[in-house]
Design a protein around this ligand. Structure first.
Ligand code: PMV
Length: 349
């Protein structure tokens, strides 16, 4: 039992989502990535999580949590949080010493088909580490440790603690890189990438038929896995070189290849599955045609789902507006979420 005179307290963090440019797909051991990844941190799509804590009467064998998501109890989310807290008790013994009241909300519409594990797990990890610091009177928050803890909740969450660009996983691109935590990466990156836009086209709000967790697991027996991991290593070097040179065309070509490769890997899994919808492909075709005709640097990427992230520099925003209007026809309820590259989490309390 921690020996402290504990007055109850509360912390709160707002943490953003991120979009991978080179994708993490496949893991091993304790949430270690099979290949490195790089992502833009977003700014508008974020989760705000508060954690109130007080000393538990007795040491808990399982974390004691009251949880509400947007004011409502969500037993499935709560179960995930309790499982996560129990799993990090070695890193943070306080999870068994305290009682927690956790409240969380997303900035993006609930059930919009946008995955929130990166923003929610990074917000929670930051809260837990802040509590650790409050109790042990540490000085500055160790953001690398926050990334490590976030990774144990959701791999991609490790990247959300930094903006605007983060790398997770061992890669030749940086000697500082690690499989255990993400690092911020801005070494000589052209300033055009500081103000990139990401419009998220909500093709479908439906929950995915195959979760990311199951998708990662299916990489274990995917016959193309080893080639894929090598390709991702190669793409890391290529995309960083393109971003340093400000070469948008090269950047876009890699990003789009990564998105289609991710979905090809799903289609080549055992059992195979597809997460793209007919409108995903139709909208991609419209985007590519627009790019070719108008010579506008606008590119797409995909998460593990049907929705499209449309990436372009702020200087192209006026031209892309017409494309966006047209692409609304392919979106459920004509929904597009306007986002852009951001600078990382904010501590609110
Ligand atoms: O962090 P997870 O387990 O939700 O996996 C994320 C996987 C992708 O979003 C498809 C790629 C990535 O690197 O974010």
């Amino acid at each position: 039992m921690i020996d402290f005179n504990l007055t109850p307290g509360k912390v709160e963090w707002q943490s953003p989502s991120n979009i991978a440019l080179v994708k993490y797909w496949g893991k091993h051991g304790r949430q270690l990535p099979s290949n490195p990844s790089i992502s833009f941190t977003l700014s508008q799509a974020h989760t705000t999580t508060s954690v109130a804590y007080k000393k538990a009467e007795n040491k808990n064998s399982s974390a004691q949590v009251d949880f509400k998501f947007e004011g409502e109890e969500k037993p499935d989310f709560k179960e995930k949080i309790v499982r996560y807290l129990n799993s990090i008790s070695e890193e943070l013994p306080l999870v068994h010493e305290l009682d927690f009241v956790i409240e969380s909300q997303n900035s993006f519409p609930h059930s919009s088909g946008i995955a929130s594990s990166a923003s929610s797990m990074s917000a929670l990890a930051l809260c837990l580490l802040s509590i650790h610091n409050n109790l042990y009177d540490n000085k500055a928050l160790d953001i690398q440790k926050a990334s490590h803890l976030a990774r144990l909740g959701s791999g991609s969450a490790s990247r959300s603690v930094y903006g605007p660009l983060a790398i997770w996983g061992d890669t030749d691109v940086s000697t500082l890189s690690s499989n255990k935590y993400a690092i911020p990466y801005m070494d000589s990156i052209d300033s055009v990438f500081n103000s990139f836009y990401d419009d998220i086209l909500i093709i479908s709000k439906n929950e995915k038929a195959v979760s990311s967790r199951a998708g990662h697991a299916l990489m274990e027996n995917n016959p193309y896995a080893l080639n894929r991991f090598e390709q991702a290593h190669r793409h890391m070097g290529e995309i960083v070189a393109a971003m340093q040179a400000g070469d948008l065309e090269k950047f876009g070509a890699i990003v789009e290849k990564e998105a289609l490769t991710l979905h090809a890997l799903m289609m080549a899994s055992e059992p195979p599955y597809m997460l793209m919808e007919p409108n995903t492909i139709a909208a991609i075709r419209v985007l590519q045609e627009f790019r070719k005709e108008k010579s506008v640097p606008v590119y797409f990427t995909l998460d593990a789902g049907p929705n499209i992230h449309m990436l372009y520099p702020s200087s192209a925003a006026a031209q892309v507006a017409a494309l966006k209007e047209e692409l609304k026809n392919y979106c459920q309820d004509r929904l597009i979420i306007n986002d852009k590259v951001g600078s990382g989490p904010i501590q609110m309390i």
